[in-house]
Ligand binder design. Structure first.
Ligand code: CP
Length: 311
């Protein structure tokens, strides 16, 4: 699972259905799906949701997990990604879940270790399991009861992704995934955070600079944090930014009173979204977090069972 582009529509269907089956399964039975299989979580960047939910997902299937974080391992002493991966494999890891600050790092790790690698976010590139859990959240809110998705499942649904699109791997994975199910994706933000990418964007995606206009036509609004850690020398007046792009209760009530509000987290309350909106009835933010465990159970199972079949 390096990119959502690796997944066919049927593969997405399988993962969504498997997520539901695993979520509903008796925990005692579920615990015997991957008994004592060894999973390494290799995290070069901080994480709360992705790391915890991958770990809970793997343990719910009976697997053993170990965490290697860049701040408390020999990575601090200069050990390379390749050597770290080979070391984890020598220690018995059967799959590696990787978060890395460099785009493409999961590809390198897979090529050097020949293990299944699950991309838990690579630089500004992709975050495939986040897009899958976002899709599950949208389906639960807007297409409740649908148990098979195809190219038309999200027809008529406009999803605005607003904020720091440039640095967002979540935006990129969602832009690659959601239009395949018929959704229209509107990306919205100031030029500093959303350069004119029109030439490189795929079908079903367009830029709208006016947030109020985008909100008026949206059934889903996905807010993104400004990624200060990836921004060097960016000139952005935060008060101007909030005036143009903050999702406030007033904006939401006036322009999109029925829209589902999403955010991959972490939220910076009072910047991209107000506390009232984050905690309000339209917010699906904690549903997204919960869906992370179900989706990641399905993804981990797929990686390890596929590996068993290869062996
Ligand atoms: N959505 C997400 O990736 O959150 P974390 O950085 O906390 O894992």
């Amino acid at each position: 699972m390096l990119s959502v582009q690796d997944l066919s529509i049927e593969a997405v269907n399988h993962l969504l259905n498997r997520a539901t089956a695993l979520e509903e399964m008796d925990p005692q039975l579920r615990n015997h799906i991957l008994p004592k299989r060894r999973i390494a979580l290799l995290f070069y960047e901080s994480s709360t949701r992705t790391r915890t939910s991958f770990e809970l997902a793997a343990k719910a299937l009976g697997a053993d997990t170990t965490l290697v974080s860049s701040l408390s391992s020999s990575i601090e002493k200069g050990e390379s990604l390749k050597d770290t991966g080979l070391t984890l494999r020598a220690l018995g890891a059967e799959t590696i879940i990787l978060r890395h600050n460099s785009s493409g790092a999961p590809w390198l790790l897979e090529q050097t270790t020949h293990l299944p690698v699950l991309n838990a976010g690579d630089g500004m590139h992709e975050h495939p399991t986040q897009a899958l859990l976002d899709l599950r959240t949208i389906l639960q809110r807007l297409r409740h009861g649908v148990d098979h998705v195809d190219e038309g499942t999200l027809a008529g649904v406009t999803i605005t992704i607003a904020g720091d699109i440039l640095h967002s791997r979540v935006a990129r994975s969602n832009m690659l995934l959601l239009p395949r199910f018929g959704a229209q994706v509107v990306v919205c933000g100031p030029a500093q955070l959303l350069p004119d990418l029109a030439a490189t964007m795929g079908p079903g995606i367009r830029i709208e600079r006016d947030f109020d206009k985008a909100l008026r036509e949206s059934q889903v609004v996905m807010m993104l944090r400004i990624q200060a850690e990836r921004i060097a020398g960016l000139q952005l007046d935060l008060e101007d930014y909030k005036a143009g792009y903050q999702l406030t209760g007033q904006r939401l009530a006036a322009l999109a009173p029925e829209a589902v509000v999403m955010h991959p987290g972490p939220i910076i309350r009072g910047l991209e979204v107000t506390a009232g909106v984050a905690d309000g009835p339209q917010s699906a933010i904690l549903e997204q977090v919960r869906n992370g465990v179900a989706i990641r159970m399905a993804v981990v199972e797929r990686a390890l069972l596929a590996q068993g079949e290869r062996a």
